[in-house]
Write a protein of this length. Structure first.
Length: 318
């Protein structure tokens, strides 16, 4: 299977992805009190399935193999990897007060088991409070990297390039990086995207701000055209978000999804999954991008340490 492609409705029937999608659906159905898994086309589940499918196909799903999740929050991929015996290091700004704190809660630093219905061995999920633009992780250490729906929210293409450099630095030579982000299908000619907090990538932007800065090699030929039937599922972003925020039942889920292709302010966009490998002769394509964020990162780290100390003081019986 090609793992460098845009999302497509037919992927949800793929023999490569279906087993993972059914496992993710089974976890979700538990919340609705339903025993049988029901796969409803969901871009987040697709992103996770693409990551796990790629890791399995290339032989990475082995006990005690290490994975780092970039902007991982409480990502399903983290807990699935741990349930397979791997060691997952979800990385996010867990200890900072950010617009994403609801999906990257400080509680992950204390008890990651709180955030998953999947069972996994204690110590197999090790959250790391760190900024993706300057990871507090060792170089050439991880067998695999995963990042789903994070890069587009980093605020600028310079930040994306810095994160891409860091992903390459911490990945082992011969290792694989799974990155899912938002892809621009159509839109106004005078604007690249509708909001700087949601970058919409094009093939050129992927090349300029992910591939070239990182020195990683794309696995497979990039497929960027969804099928017509996938286009027909498109819906307004605001309508989807309103429905998705209030899902309490299977009926609510069916009403909100699929969310494969979204439309907002003249832009049509969808998820894209990119699979990269780190060449054995990788020498780095590093620039000084990371340095431009140094003061901001140092300030945020200081505030994060204060927040964590305050949390532990509140938990102390004294």
């Amino acid at each position: 299977m090609n793992y460098s492609k845009v999302i497509d409705l037919k992927d949800f029937e793929s023999s490569h992805l279906r087993p993972y999608l059914e496992q993710f659906a089974a976890v979700e159905m538990q919340r609705f009190g339903i025993k049988e898994p029901m796969v409803i086309p969901d871009s987040k589940h697709w992103e996770c399935a693409m990551a796990i499918g790629a890791f399995e196909e290339f032989g990475l799903l082995k006990e005690r193999n290490t994975f780092a999740g970039i902007g991982a929050g409480t990502e399903l991929t983290t807990f699935f990897l741990a349930s397979r015996g791997c060691i997952a290091f979800p990385c996010d700004r867990y200890m900072e007060n950010t617009p994403w704190s609801d999906i990257s809660p400080i509680g992950m630093m204390l008890e990651p088991q709180w955030y998953s219905e999947l069972k996994f061995p204690r110590g197999h999920v090790i959250p790391v409070n760190t900024d993706a633009r300057s990871l507090r992780l060792p170089s050439s250490f991880f067998d695999g990297i995963y990042s789903s729906g994070a890069l587009e929210h980093f605020g600028s293409l310079a930040a994306v390039a810095a994160a891409a450099q860091e992903i390459a630095r911490v990945l082992k030579p011969g290792g694989f990086a799974s990155i899912s982000t938002e892809f621009r299908l159509e839109g106004p000619e005078d604007r690249p995207w509708f909001d700087d907090n949601c970058i919409l990538f094009t093939p050129q932007l992927i090349d300029d701000y992910i591939i070239k800065p990182s020195g990683l090699k794309l696995v497979g030929d990039l497929e960027t055209t969804p099928s017509d039937e996938t286009f027909y599922t498109r819906r307004q972003l605001t309508d989807f978000l309103e429905l998705a925020r209030s899902i309490q039942s299977l009926a609510d889920k069916k009403a909100a999804y699929p969310n494969l292709v979204l439309y907002h302010e003249g832009f049509l966009f969808c998820s894209i999954h990119l699979l990269f490998t780190k060449p054995y002769n990788w020498t780095g394509a590093l620039t000084t991008e990371n340095c431009s964020f140094a003061n901001e990162i140092a300030h945020n780290n200081k505030a994060a340490h204060y927040a964590l100390n305050s949390t532990f003081l509140k938990k102390s019986p004294n």
